[in-house]
Design a protein around this ligand. Structure first.
Ligand SMILES: Cc1cc2nc3c(=O)[nH]c(=O)nc-3n(C[C@H](O)[C@H](O)[C@H](O)COP(=O)(O)O)c2cc1C
Length: 192
């Protein structure tokens, strides 16, 4: 079983979502020691923004990285993603990764009946961190966006681990992290 671990926080060791993704991945490794983990830090190893030059595959190194990124996503049974809320949405580094995995003919396609996701056979776990409290509010362009992206790609098994209101006070922050850690779902062997 393969697990892809991604972080995108720009806050380094002070990051809430990095703490949460590390705890989630450790839980999977404890429960299923045979799990093979691949890691990418999208903050320190970002993918370039998708441009016309990217689509034309003008830069061989960039094209190779994009191909590897897509293969890595397709091969993963479990994907654990650290997704902080930045400016009501997600970090641009995470958006740049999404732009490389949403590929027509590979992870989705259009049919006479509309779009069809092709990357369904995996579990995606999102570790979400937010300074304010946005669940259910019109200010939330992070969780609904991520739900839409992964639903579009066919992923039905999507889990959110949320720490909200971490900027309100140190107590809010530690309570939110404790609550998020307590909410992590039980790892389970997935059908190959
Ligand atoms: C550049 C930046 C933008 C942010 N924008 C928002 C925002 O729009 N709404 C919000 O509630 N919190 C916002 N925050 C606070 C983060 O969501 C919060 O610090 C969260 O813990 C980030 O996860 P991280 O610690 O893993 O980076 C922002 C933080 C940064 C650094």
């Amino acid at each position: 079983m393969k697990l892809l671990h991604l972080d995108s926080s720009a806050l380094g060791t002070g990051s809430v979502t990095r703490e949460l993704t590390a705890a989630i991945v450790a839980r999977w490794q404890d429960k299923l020691p045979q799990v093979q983990v691949e890691y990418r830090d999208l903050d320190t190893s970002p993918l370039p923004h998708l441009t016309g030059s990217s689509l034309a595959q003008a830069n061989p190194d960039e094209a190779a990285d994009a191909a590897r990124t897509l293969e890595q996503f397709l091969a993963a049974d479990v994907v654990v993603i650290g997704a902080p809320m930045y400016n009501f949405s997600i970090p641009s580094t995470l958006k740049a990764w999404i732009d490389r995995i949403a590929v027509a003919g590979k992870t989705f396609r259009y049919t006479e009946n509309g779009p069809e996701g092709l990357a369904g056979a995996k579990k995606v776990i999102i570790a979400s961190g937010r300074g304010g409290i946005h669940t259910g509010a019109p200010t939330d362009f992070q969780e609904p966006y991520l739900r839409q992206v992964f639903a579009f790609l066919g992923v039905e098994d999507l889990e959110f681990v949320r720490a909200e209101g971490v900027a309100y006070s140190p107590q809010h922050r530690s309570d939110a992290i404790a609550g998020a850690l307590a909410s992590i779902g039980e790892p389970m062997r997935l059908a190959a």
